[in-house]
Write a new protein. Structure first.
Length: 202
């Protein structure tokens, strides 16, 4: 009887902890209006044999403004100004842009910097792993580029995002030195292609 009671209490406690990750994600989207962090991104091929590692800085300002500045191994900039998303490759001196509405959808950027969380994703708790509480976000749209995303929080602070795309490729972002609700100049989210750049607008 005591074992059964202990098991029930343990299950209830685990369930409450798991539910917290979904609540924390909703709170993050609702309460954190801006933020910045350093990140490391590891992309793993579908067979797990190949990995690509990059790093840089991430900033966002709701709604729908964000900036991924990749520094290593090469420079690339992804900037959303609320109307357009720009991708700039410094080595190629090439910039491309798309409207935010068509570019974001149910994407990791929409999950981190957007506002329509429950409208775009089905949320579910996940087991605690690597010292983080995880929430699974599955896009409601079935024909998008992503199968699912897992968002990890450590001490209720954004710590990780893991993405599985429609081909089964996995991308894991780990955030460090995250700062929430900091003052960020809106100019950080404006982009003008450098002189001579090849510009592609979609």
């Amino acid at each position: 009887m005591r074992r059964a009671c202990f098991a029930l209490m343990w299950c209830a406690a685990v369930g409450a902890a798991h539910a917290d990750a979904v609540d924390t994600l909703r709170e993050f989207v609702r309460e954190v209006k801006s933020g910045r962090a350093s990140f490391t991104q590891t992309v793993t091929s579908t067979d797990g044999a190949r990995k690509k590692i990059s790093s840089g800085e991430f900033e966002f300002l709701r709604p729908n403004r964000f900036r991924f500045a990749y520094r290593k191994p090469f420079e690339q900039l992804i900037v959303a100004d609320g109307a357009k998303v720009w991708i700039y490759d410094a080595d190629l001196n090439q910039a491309s842009s798309r409207a935010v509405a068509s570019a974001l959808g149910a994407t990791p950027a929409a999950l981190l910097a957007g506002g329509a969380l429950d409208a775009q994703f089905v949320l579910a708790p996940q087991p605690t792993l690597d010292g983080m509480e995880w929430a699974l976000a599955t896009p409601r749209a079935k024909d998008g580029p992503f199968q699912s995303m897992r968002v990890g929080f450590k001490d209720r602070e954004l710590a990780a995002v893991e993405i599985t795309d429609s081909f089964g490729q996995r991308s894991a972002l780990r955030f460090s030195h995250f700062e929430a609700n900091v003052a960020i100049d809106a100019a950080q989210f404006r982009f003008s292609p450098p002189a001579g750049a090849d510009v592609i607008e979609q």
